[in-house]
Structure formats: structure tokens, C-alpha cells
Design a binder for this molecule. Structure first.
Ligand SMILES: [Zn+2]
Length: 269
């Protein structure tokens, strides 16, 4: 068990992103969650909750994206990123849900309080003060790419699964394992501050939604159609000209200079 230095405090947040569970870590199948904590005077900041033992939570507090949540948090000793907090999962309370009705009207005032970064600007902020979460405006989305995961990474996941008796116990109990998805899904884009001649940003999309879509559409439409359907949704719909598309992004704990797309914010213009 890790020890922690921070003092507990109670916060309220709006959940904006849930990452697909990581299985090749020391934590048993846990989920990284990020959200927006509203402050005084119309300010708001990003907050990261990790780890969240999602499957161990009672069903009634398994929050969704855009839920309003109250929970006790503290700063972890082993993650110095300024936005990171560990949680006391037994204190989670759901306060309500911000739905998509009337062109996402309920969600806009919350997201509108956030600073909007260009990707290059966020990378500079990370170097300067450790900023590790940000809402990014992709000036021009060039492509949605799909690549096979490297064999060594899949092998690492297999080794990890083999070393975790609790996962197999769960499996026997009839709970589905989180599936190691065989692809990387990525956006290629230019931001407003990309230097001419510099290669575009190319960032993995790690949200729960795209991985769940992969699993359910593969079963529904078959392996030969699923990638095309993902491309249609994540490129043509989410990045359509009539959408004000932005990315919730965050960096990797062990590789602070590497950022990932944690989720999309794509309200109708
Ligand atoms: Zn850039």
C-alpha cells in the first residue's frame, strides 16, 4: 500500500473524460478520470483522479461522463503532476448529470471557463510548470489513423495478465476482462502554433468511448467494417465543419512530454 502525504479535502467536479482501463500497470484494472473543478469568479481547472477502481465501485456510484460528482481527494505522493489526486472511493456521491439537450447547453458554461490551448502551447506549459491536462483546439485535423499495437506491448499485457491471479479469479466469476485492443487510434492535426515545416501532432485517443465502440461495432458489423465506422465517427462526425471540435488532452506519467487525447469536446457550432 502506498503512503500519501496530502491532506484529504472534499471537492466537486464535472467528469469530462474516462480513459480505457490500463492493464499493464501495477494497479489492478483501474481507470484514469479527469474533470473540471469550478472555482470562484468563473475560473475552472482540470483535475485528474487516479486510480479509480471502477469495477469495485457499487453500481449506483459508477459515474458517467458529464456527471457532477462529490468526492474526497488528496495529493498522491507518487505523482507530482499538479492536477493529480487520489480518491477515497467510499465517499463518491453523484450530484446530477449534464445532458446534451439543446445543443449541449448545460455543458457549455462549465467548459467555457477553461483556458483553450494550442497543442504547442500546452507542451510549452508542461515544460515550464508541469501542466499535464489541457483543452486543446486542433486548428486543422488532418487524419484519423489506425495502427497495430506493437507485439512487445501485447506480450507485456499477456505477461501481466498471467501474473495477476485476481484477474483470473474475476474471470471465473463471470466478469469480463478488459480486452487488450489490438490497435492504436490516433488523430493527426496541426495547431495554430505549429512551426511551418514541423511534422503535425499525432496523438493516441485513449478514451473509454472509442474502445467500447470498437468492441461493440466489431461484434455488430464485423472486423472488416469496424475500422471504417470508427473513422466515420471520429473524423467525419466529431471533426465535422459544423462542430466546434476540441480535445481534452493529458500527458503520460512516466513520459511527461507525451500527450494523449483523453476525449473529444465537439459541441454544434
Ligand atoms: Zn502545434
Amino acid at each position: 500500500m502506498d503512503t500519501h502525504d496530502g491532506a484529504w479535502s472534499e471537492i466537486e467536479l464535472t467528469v469530462t473524460v474516462k480513459a480505457y482501463p490500463a492493464i499493464s500497470t501495477k494497479h489492478r484494472e483501474t481507470v484514469c478520470v479527469a474533470g473540471i473543478q469550478e472555482g470562484l469568479l468563473g475560473s475552472a481547472s482540470h483535475i485528474r483522479l487516479y486510480p479509480v477502481p471502477f469495477r469495485d465501485l457499487p453500481f449506483e456510484v459508477r459515474f458517467r461522463k458529464w456527471d457532477r460528482v462529490r468526492v474526497r481527494v488528496r495529493r498522491p505522493r507518487n505523482d507530482s503532476r499538479p492536477e493529480s489526486h487520489s480518491i477515497d472511493a467510499s465517499t463518491i456521491e453523484l450530484l446530477g448529470h449534464l445532458g446534451p439537450e439543446r445543443n449541449w447547453q448545460a455543458r457549455r458554461p462549465v467548459v467555457d471557463q477553461l483556458h483553450r490551448y494550442s497543442m504547442c502551447e500546452l507542451q510549452a506549459a508542461q515544460k515550464a510548470d508541469g501542466t499535464s491536462l489541457g483543452l486543446v483546439v486542433p486548428d486543422e485535423v488532418l487524419d484519423f489513423t489506425v495502427e497495430d499495437r506493437e507485439e512487445d506491448e501485447r506480450e507485456e499485457a499477456r505477461r501481466y495478465l498471467a501474473s495477476q491471479p485476481t484477474l483470473f479469479d474475476d474471470d471465473k466469476a463471470g466478469l469480463p476482462l478488459v480486452e487488450a485492443i489490438p490497435y492504436y487510434f490516433r488523430y493527426r492535426f496541426r495547431c495554430a502554433d505549429c512551426a511551418p515545416g514541423k511534422s503535425p501532432h499525432h496523438m493516441s485517443i485513449i478514451d473509454w468511448e472509442i474502445h467500447q465502440a470498437y468492441r461493440s461495432w466489431r461484434d455488430q458489423y464485423g472486423a472488416d467494417q469496424v475500422l471504417e465506422r470508427l473513422r466515420t465517427k471520429w473524423l467525419e462526425e466529431i471533426c465535422a465543419p459544423d462542430r466546434d471540435t476540441m480535445f481534452f488532452t493529458g500527458n503520460m506519467h512516466q513520459h511527461p512530454g507525451s500527450f494523449l487525447v483523453l476525449g473529444c469536446w465537439w459541441p454544434p457550432r
